[in-house]
Design a protein around this ligand. Structure first.
Ligand code: CP
Ligand code: NVA
Length: 311
């Protein structure tokens, strides 16, 4: 039987945000994700005897299913918890219970500070499975998908059209460090945080990636290899759905927007999608759409992350 290759251990004990992975580690996660995808059998005992807690304050299909499957397919166990963290008992108590039982914690929270608090109080590593600020696991799968589709990442242009929110933040921070040009078109008042844009631009100086911020979807899409979008009203912002539909009405990804891209440009979405809002049915169902490749790669990218954090 062939043994699983030696796996690089991550420097940071937690992945609470994209920047917890260095650029070299980011590339190593993508390489390992590709190998895990190619040869899953090599890794089926790699987390043998490890237990992981999955905490979800918000609904999930992809993240939850793929973490549950990833852990089991690597030989580990998981336990699940649904509910607000820090409500029934202090967050610091919950973290210090969990770390007596499990080897890792995966948490989807409303607030980034809840993830940061878990990481502060738990001796077991914590992985961000989506907060209001970041979606690092999504960005890993998306970079894996882009690399598979185009063969290499450096020099690609990824356009994000829509809400300057968690998914856009994570993509921007990963793109900047992988040499992928990133253009973001948001309506006024829905921009990404100025601090994250500044950080991405600083990081991009090392790779030569261009980070473009605009309110014009056509400008963002110009010569792009991929257009990415996300829902207009994220989980927790559902009560703003009506006003957001008005604010984002010019930001729908449709056939017209793809007239500005490079030939062969693909459509990306983290899912769940609202057809008729951020994307037309014709685009998400078209041959350009790689949304299910992205969803598939959540499994492989998260396996790689778990292996590099825990094995
Ligand atoms: N893309 C994503 O995170 O999907 P879920 O909300 O279903 O986990
Ligand atoms: N921005 C979306 C992503 C869901 C995967 C949300 O936060 O609801």
């Amino acid at each position: 039987m062939t043994a699983a290759p030696l796996i690089l251990k991550l420097t940071n004990p937690d992945v609470t945000k994209d920047l917890d992975l260095s650029p070299a580690e980011l590339r190593a996660v993508l390489d390992l994700a590709a190998d895990v995808k190619r040869s899953p059998g090599l890794y089926r005992h790699s987390l043998s005897g490890k237990s992981i807690a999955l905490l979800f304050e918000k609904p999930s299909l992809r993240t939850r299913m793929t973490f549950e499957l990833a852990i089991q397919q690597l030989g580990g166990f998981f336990v699940g918890y649904e509910g607000l963290i820090g409500k029934r008992e202090p967050l610091k108590d919950m973290a210090r219970n969990l770390d007596r039982w499990v080897d890792g914690i995966v948490a989807r929270t409303f607030l980034q500070k809840t993830i940061d608090g878990l990481a502060q109080w738990s001796k077991a590593p914590v992985i961000n499975a989506l907060s209001d600020m970041f979606h690092p696991c999504q960005a890993l799968a998306d970079m894996q998908t882009l690399r598979e589709h185009f063969g290499a990442l450096h020099g690609l242009k990824l356009a994000f059209v829509g809400d300057g929110n968690n998914v856009a933040n994570s993509l921007m921070l990963c793109a900047a460090r992988l040499g992928v040009d990133f253009s973001l078109a948001t309506p006024p008042n829905y921009e990404a945080s100025a601090a994250i844009i500044t950080q991405a631009r600083e990081l991009a100086t090392a790779t030569g990636a261009n980070i473009t911020i605009t309110t014009d979807p056509a400008e963002a899409a110009r010569s792009a290899h991929a257009i990415y979008t996300d829902v207009w009203a994220s989980m927790g912002a559902e009560n703003e759905a009506a006003e957001r539909r008005t604010a984002f009405s010019e930001y729908q990804v449709d056939d017209d927007l793809f007239t500005h891209t490079a030939p062969g440009a693909i459509f990306m979405h983290c899912l769940p999608a609202k057809r008729g809002e951020e994307v037309t049915d014709s685009i998400i169902e078209s041959a350009r759409s790689v949304v299910f490749d992205q969803a598939e790669n959540r499994l492989h990218a998260q396996k790689a992350l778990l292996l590099m954090l825990l094995s």
